[in-house]
Design a protein around this ligand. Structure first.
Ligand SMILES: [Zn+2]
Length: 326
């Protein structure tokens, strides 16, 4: 879409992605064919932002020019307001090519177990590990979906412990009820189809298993009227707005009464070891957010890709201050 002039009139669509944003590439090859360069990535963003053609966010004028002095920016013909196609997304003000962002988000969204900064550096031939690490960190921060709806219906709720894994944390801690050297996690899983499968999940780090720690998790993550199915631990009952269905059991039988939340905990631990060689206390909640993000979007990779880039519908626009420069 380059022209010899200083800027180019743009009244309807931009070049590139005529197929729109609904048909998500189903393979690496298709991804590479459809989004091979900066222009096609801009086209993808343009189509997502203005499916019916440019509309000025200031005055709703539909005529605009693409500026050639600023990358990927359109100037309204009516009020001369300038709008970047990356405004409000994770890529805004980034020095990295859009193709790198798109590839990184694609790899992160489609690898079922996730991808480490080192893997990303190698796969994308990035010059420095620091760049790869920042890229990973930024994408991961998109994994907490703002305004996500609470879990509903029958919800298994339970806690688990993971041994700390860092040079600052002792690997083995206290015995018995002492949580020294352990990271404490509370989890919730929607039970679907009368127990046939898990729905959405939530995970959070807690400082202890008291009512003060567990009630906020239950009230934030379970919709009013949901039923919390627990192992009968005394701290759960009384969370406002939530019914409680306690099953008082011995520790050994918890996986039978609460099979889905226990399967999630088990998968979380295996994932943490496999991808991160153990989870560290310092970043625990972001690891948990990533695991929840992957699990809840395991059947909608396209939505995951768009959420990661901050271009999903309904995604809160990010302010520049939220991001360190990359
Ligand atoms: Zn305008």
């Amino acid at each position: 879409m380059k022209s010899a002039g200083h800027r180019q009139e743009q009244t309807s669509n931009t070049g590139g992605d005529e197929a729109g944003i609904t048909a998500f590439p189903s393979s690496l090859i298709e991804f590479q064919q459809r989004l091979p360069d900066e222009a096609s990535c801009v086209g993808y963003l343009f189509k997502g932002r203005w499916p019916e053609g440019f509309v000025c966010p200031g005055c709703c004028t539909r005529r605009a020019w693409e500026l050639h002095t600023k990358p990927w920016t359109w100037e309204c013909a009516g009020c001369h307001r300038q709008t970047s196609v990356t405004a409000g997304t994770i890529m805004h003000h980034s020095k990295l090519p859009l193709t790198i962002w798109f590839w990184a988000a694609y790899l992160m969204a489609t690898h079922s177990n996730g991808i480490s900064a080192l893997q990303l550096q190698r796969q994308l031939a990035l010059g420095s590990y620091k760049t790869a690490w920042l890229l990973c960190a930024k994408l991961r921060r998109s994994m907490v979906a703002p305004g996500r709806s609470a879990l509903a219906g029958l919800v298994e709720v339970d806690e688990t412990e993971i041994a700390c894994c860092s040079k600052h944390d002792p690997v083995t801690g206290g015995r018995g009820r002492s949580h020294q050297g352990k990271m404490l996690i509370v989890g919730a899983v929607e039970v679907q189809d009368a127990g046939a499968g898990p729905g959405r999940i939530r995970l959070a780090e807690v400082s202890d298993y008291s009512a003060n720690s567990l009630h906020p998790f239950v009230t934030q993550n379970l919709a009013p009227g949901a039923t919390a199915k627990t192992d009968g631990w005394s701290a759960y009952p009384g969370a406002p707005g939530v019914d409680h269905d306690p099953h008082v059991i011995g520790k050994m039988a918890a996986h039978i009464v609460l099979p889905w939340v226990h399967r999630i905990f088990s998968n979380l631990k295996i994932w943490g070891l496999g991808v991160y060689h153990g989870l560290r206390r310092q970043h625990l909640q972001s690891y948990l957010d990533e695991f929840v993000f992957r699990f809840n979007r395991r059947r909608t990779r396209h939505a995951a890709f768009r959420s990661l880039l901050g271009i999903a519908a309904g995604h809160a626009l990010l302010t520049y201050k939220m991001w360190i420069s990359l």
